[in-house]
Design a protein around this ligand. Structure first.
Ligand code: NAG
Ligand code: NAG
Length: 363
């Protein structure tokens, strides 16, 4: 081989390799798409869930159209007796999001996340809501990877305007969007819940969980009577506190009734004075748990007994509601703790120490 073509081949190979690494490797942290060398260069996923995690041999599938037009795919393992229901909302393929310079995620990545939570998947049921018919079909195949006790996937087209993904952080759209989200959460939660003891909400774009986070939440719920609702710190690579819905009230003036003409000022005061999770948990260790007044839905454990007593996600600003008008804050997850008050075990907490969920870079 002539020398120059050898050099050309070497250069081409190097360029290709650099391009490949540049495209798939996340410089700050290894992306999930590059967890193994094979997955990094696109040779499929090489996850092993351990010997106990082989798919259920005996299970029953069904696909039905519910009275309101929702499609429901269900798979129930024989002798299934799940104690934890994991719930996730999905709009379409993009909801699984992606990290900086990583390949897009999918339900498979989400399942990987569940596989390493330290939970016994045979005792877990999974409930998914998707607005995408393509996702609905793919999910039925994907969920076979893990031996869930029960899987229920619901599909209905999304018709709400406020849910437009691009608008999701624009304050003008926030109330309508979160009201829609609350209704979807309630729809999924009330449909999927059977005899489970706990519900664990996870956002579709959560990429990483601290080790043992779910068992720790369950342990606290079992040992602290009031800890029926537990969340954890959520961060992004570039943002320490991603979950702006988890906070504790700090101003006593916010506890009383709010005159109509002071609503805006009161919201501003709440926003200015509330204490976010990083500050609340500073100095605590992994076995600590700290009370909060509001939670987000990134990762959220709810004792199912609360839901059976009527707890749902408020679809309007519930705080300060009168017969004349709805309140000034507290839609969706932000009003959950408020709605749970007076219920036995309706206290809200956040895990201390290093427990956290990591959200993808985008979104
Ligand atoms: C997981 O749960 C199933 C069903 O309750 C049980 O049969 C199995 O032994 C458990 N596996 C482990 C590793 O605890
Ligand atoms: C965590 O902190 C609590 C209270 O500050 C303390 O009682 C406990 O021993 C600590 N646990 C560990 C594992 O350090």
């Amino acid at each position: 081989m002539p020398r120059y073509s050898l050099r050309l081949a070497t250069i081409s190979a190097s360029v290709l390799l650099i391009w490949l690494l540049w495209y798939t490797l996340e410089p700050r942290k290894t992306a999930y798409s590059c967890r193994t060398f094979k997955s990094c260069i696109g040779l499929g996923r090489t996850n092993s869930y351990g010997p106990s995690l082989t798919p259920q041999s005996q299970s029953e599938d069904s696909l039905v159209t519910l009275r309101d037009g929702t499609l429901r795919y269900q798979r129930i393992a024989s002798n299934a007796d799940p104690s934890l229901l994991i719930l996730v909302l999905n709009k379409d393929g993009k909801s699984w999001s992606s990290d900086f310079r990583s390949t897009p995620r999918s339900l498979y990545d989400f399942l990987d996340l569940l596989a390493v939570t330290g939970l016994n998947i045979s005792t877990v049921s999974l409930g998914i809501w998707t607005a995408s018919s393509e996702q609905f079909r793919n999910m039925q195949v994907a969920v076979d990877r893990l031996p869930f006790a029960r899987v229920a996937i619901y599909h209905q087209e999304d018709t709400s305007e406020g849910a437009a993904y691009e608008n999701r952080h624009n304050p003008q759209f926030q109330l309508a969007r979160r009201s829609g989200l609350a209704k979807l959460r309630n729809r999924l939660m009330l449909s999927a819940l059977q005899d489970e003891e706990h519900i664990l909400w996870l956002d579709a774009d959560v990429v990483e969980l601290s080790p043992g986070i779910a068992p720790t939440m369950l342990k606290h719920s079992a040992s602290i009577a009031n800890a029926g609702i537990i969340t954890a710190m959520c961060h992004q690579n570039e943002m320490d506190n991603y979950d702006k819905n988890a906070w504790k009230l700090a101003s006593p003036e916010l506890l009383g009734s709010v005159p109509d003409d002071e609503r805006e000022a009161t919201v501003a005061k709440l926003v200015a004075t509330r204490v976010f999770v990083p500050e609340l948990i500073r100095g605590t260790n992994d076995s600590a748990i700290v009370p909060v007044d509001s939670v987000g839905g990134t990762i959220l454990l709810i004792r199912a007994g609360l839901v059976r007593q009527g707890l749902t996600f408020p679809h309007y600003n519930i705080v300060g509601t009168t017969w004349g008008e709805t309140g000034w804050i507290g839609v969706e997850t932000e009003g959950l703790c408020y709605a749970a008050r007076e219920l036995e075990g309706g206290g809200c907490y956040v895990l201390g120490g290093g427990h956290h969920a990591r959200h993808t870079d985008w979104g």
